[in-house]
Design a protein around this ligand. Structure first.
Ligand SMILES: Cc1cc2nc3c(=O)[nH]c(=O)nc-3n(C[C@H](O)[C@H](O)[C@H](O)COP(=O)(O)O)c2cc1C
Length: 190
């Protein structure tokens, strides 16, 4: 099987002036939506100096099981407490070509989902500018701190917790993401 690669940026969009990768895991689509809106806002950032690349990569687990309702929580929480590291679908990412790496995850039992922890633990870079986001139902717990500890060799320039983006008013969510991206753009330039 060919290893997955980030979805390429469409040239011609107004852009953020740093090559950016947004890598995220999502079980139910909230973090996926957040990643897409972050990309849109990066490309429209008022800090943008020139068109740039922003790639989006969805981290996927091998043979992931799909549950709904109570069984989904039971299964997910069990993974957190058993500290299981899931096998990820193969990917081929040249992290060195990016100036900014943004990582996103849902919150499971106050922690990042195991897939993102597995991904961050094998991140082959140091000294990079990064930013992190999580999606939760209202209690982010230690999820962002745990992601940060996996990125200790890098600089975390921004972080944010979103509350179930799929349930939010589209415009309000896009505005909140836009404000964060503006802040982030300023922080990474410093
Ligand atoms: C197993 C499991 C555990 C969860 N634990 C929490 C939690 O501790 N705090 C919280 O606010 N939301 C929790 N949630 C809700 C999700 O974090 C939230 O719905 C998130 O937006 C889902 O992201 P996704 O759609 O990208 O998977 C949990 C969801 C699941 C499936």
């Amino acid at each position: 099987m060919t290893p997955a690669s980030p979805r390429p940026h469409r040239r011609g969009e107004a852009g953020f002036s740093m090559k950016t990768l947004i890598a995220y895991y999502s079980y139910d689509g909230n973090a996926a939506l957040a990643a897409d809106v972050i990309k849109q806002k990066l490309c429209a950032s008022s800090n943008a100096q020139k068109p740039e690349e922003t790639d989006v990569f969805r981290i996927e687990v091998e043979h992931e099981r799909r549950f709904k309702g109570f069984f989904k929580y039971l299964w997910g929480v069990k993974q957190i407490f058993s500290k299981k590291t899931p096998a990820l679908k193969p990917y081929a990412i040249d992290f060195d070509r990016y100036d900014l790496l943004i990582f996103g995850s849902p919150v499971w039992a106050s922690s990042p989902a195991p897939a993102i922890t597995a991904f961050l633990k094998r991140l082959p870079v140091a000294g990079k500018k990064t930013a992190i986001f999580c999606c939760c139902a209202g209690n982010k717990g230690q999820s962002l701190d745990t992601m940060k500890s996996c990125l200790s060799k890098n600089t975390v320039a921004g972080e944010i917790a979103f509350i179930n983006p799929l349930r939010q008013d589209k415009k309000e969510f896009a505005d909140a993401v836009g404000a964060w991206v503006e802040q982030l753009a300023g922080a990474v330039r410093r």
